[in-house]
Design a protein around this ligand. Structure first.
Ligand code: SF4
Length: 574
């Protein structure tokens, strides 16, 4: 068996368990049913000195013509591997089994009553991509469109009344905090004030599909990946620590379930870094996909298409309320978290201009901010979705940073002078500057990003079938472009795509701006959790005293490590 050029044995830190065969079949030539190959029952496989495989008969002749037959070489492409879960380790498969909707049902049915000291508060947090998937699905089977805010309000009622959750949140405020911390980290890397191990370009870290891939096969990329926690894990911090404290509960007295667009988020929540040794609990106890949430509602005969009172209430409160987390904050940019856009907004000023270039397709774009008067590049970022584009970006980043790519955990800095080293940020030649290395890349494993995650609802596109306008709901395959577009539209909940940037003004009932309010809310949470000496003056981006910064790092950042192989590839029985 040989691998395509993109894969080599040294890249494999994970392996097919002995009981499992690779699902990629070798092409079989169809024979007539009554065909019987002479000597078929007594053939053997021989390997010659060149490594070619031959099927030979025991008596040395095959069909009276030749004594051996050279076997076809099986080819495995990256796409074959990504479409298969066969290579998942046994540890990962156990983790995924522990993170299922059945597990949530088990917990809810065995949770002692509230009066019991053993009772755990069940909390559910849902991602905006999951809300968009539910909204698109409901809208496609209804005559009216159902917005994600309506879906959220209906879910609150169902999850409380039918499923037994006490609190239901969306994760957009957690994303707001994740974006603030991520911008803080980027400015530290740029100024060289953060950890010396952290390098530019910074690569986003909210997609565990990409991060786990890097940990397993491209350890040399780890210094480039942002250390800021993803919205899911920031939500874990908010629920188990900040809200828990408000409720008078310790982290282990809360059971936190998140609803996410993909299975990879289960692996993220299971990382050792997100385990609290002191209380023997995780920030997120169980992750279910959008599809699993739908299964749970079906099992309870809950009807998400039925409206609930007040579901179209305007989102802005009549006055700022610091008791409930802000809901459904919209961040301009991408439907996968708006990471790149959050930095573009920071570096794009009146004196600069933004140019955007599609490299390969809509999933790989470059965004360059240039100083209008000097032509110097102020910021160069890219959006890169899907494994095919991602591999190109890994190669490009590696080349620019002088890192040897494709050696797994053995990847290391090479001694070659790099493009990044050679290009000066203040150079005069604009063309040279435009060729400079990336400062930032928003990386997502799924084509089209999180709206197209593998845990989302399947497409239900209603098509007009004939002139009588008879309609039929058909199941389209996962990844259907038309369907992804509809989920994307639902994600922006009827706002222009992307919505305009918010204006910033002081927080007051008269000039309510959700982002200004969210910034102030985030600041209060930071002060509550980190207790800085300069608490009153701090903002999220203010550098605090050393102890407070240490606490910030433990609550809002994470670490990565290369997955070291404990398997000698050649000993694996293929
Ligand atoms: Fe999950 Fe895909 Fe989003 Fe990555 S891009 S977080 S794998 S849905």
């Amino acid at each position: 068996m040989t691998f395509s050029g993109a894969l080599t044995l040294t890249d494999l830190n994970d392996f097919i368990t002995p009981s499992q065969a690779c699902i990629k079949p070798v092409e079989e030539v169809k024979r007539p049913e009554d065909y019987k190959e002479p000597g078929a029952a007594s053939t053997a496989i021989h390997v010659d000195s060149a490594g070619s495989y031959y099927e030979v008969t025991a008596n040395g002749s095959l069909n009276g013509v030749s004594s051996s037959r050279k076997l076809e070489t099986a080819q495995i492409s990256l796409n074959d591997c990504l479409a298969c879960s066969g290579c998942i380790t046994s540890a990962e498969s156990v983790l995924i089994t522990m993170q299922s909707h059945e597990e949530v049902f088990n917990f809810l049915s065995t949770n002692p009553p509230r009066t019991s000291p053993e009772h755990r508060i069940p909390v559910l947090s849902i991602s905006p991509q999951s809300l968009a998937s539910l909204s698109a699905s409901l809208s496609s089977s209804s005559s009216a469109s159902i917005s994600i805010s309506q879906v959220l309000r209906r879910l609150r009622v169902i999850c409380k009344n039918d499923l037994g959750f006490t609190h239901v949140y969306d994760t957009t405020f957690a994303r707001h905090i994740a974006l603030l911390e991520h911008a803080q980290e980027f400015s530290e890397r740029r100024a060289g004030t953060g950890s010396a191990e952290n390098k530019l370009p910074m690569l986003s870290s909210a997609c565990p599909g990409w991060v786990c891939y890097a940990e397993k096969t491209h350890a040399e990329m780890l210094p480039f990946i942002s250390r800021s926690k993803s919205p899911q894990q920031v939500m874990g911090t908010l629920v188990k620590h900040w809200l828990g404290e408000k409720w008078g509960k310790k982290p282990h007295q809360i059971y936190h379930v998140t609803v996410m667009p993909c299975y990879d988020k289960k692996l993220e929540a299971s990382r050792q870094d997100f385990y609290n040794d002191l209380y023997s609990t995780r920030d997120v106890d169980c992750v279910i996909t959008t599809g699993e949430l739908e299964l749970m509602m079906r099992a309870r005969n809950s009807d998400l298409s039925a409206s609930v009172p007040d579901e179209e209430r305007h989102l802005s409160p009549s006055e700022p309320n610091f008791d409930d987390l802000p809901e459904l904050l919209s961040h301009p940019g991408s439907s996968s978290g708006s990471y790149l856009q959050s930095l573009i907004s920071e570096y794009l000023t009146d004196g600069s201009e933004l140019s955007t270039r599609t490299i390969r397709n809509a999933d790989y774009e470059e965004h360059v901010i240039t100083n209008k008067s000097t032509g110097n590049v102020v910021f160069k970022g890219a959006k890169c979705y899907g494994f095919r584009n991602l591999q190109n970006v890994v190669r490009k980043v590696g080349k620019e940073a002088g890192v040897q790519i494709g050696r797994g955990a053995a990847g290391r800095l090479s001694s070659v002078r790099t493009k990044r080293n050679m290009s000066s940020r203040g150079g005069k030649n604009a063309e040279v500057e435009k060729d400079k290395a990336y400062d930032y890349v928003e990386v997502m494993a799924c084509p089209s990003g999180c709206v197209n995650g593998g845990g989302q609802l399947k497409s239900q596109i209603t098509r007009s079938q004939n002139q009588d306008n008879a309609e039929e709901t058909s199941e389209a395959r996962w990844g259907d472009k038309e369907w992804t577009k509809r989920v994307e539209e639902a994600y922006w909940h009827n706002l222009p795509t992307p919505p305009p940037s918010p204006s910033f003004s002081p927080v007051s009932a008269e000039t309510y701006d959700p982002h200004v309010f969210a910034n102030e809310f985030a600041r209060r949470i930071l002060v509550d959790l980190c207790k800085p000496h300069n608490g009153a003056e701090s903002a999220w981006r203010t550098r605090m005293d050393a102890d407070a910064e240490k606490m910030r790092a433990s609550l809002f950042r994470t670490q990565y490590r290369a997955v070291e192989s404990n398997v000698v590839g050649l000993q694996v029985n293929w």
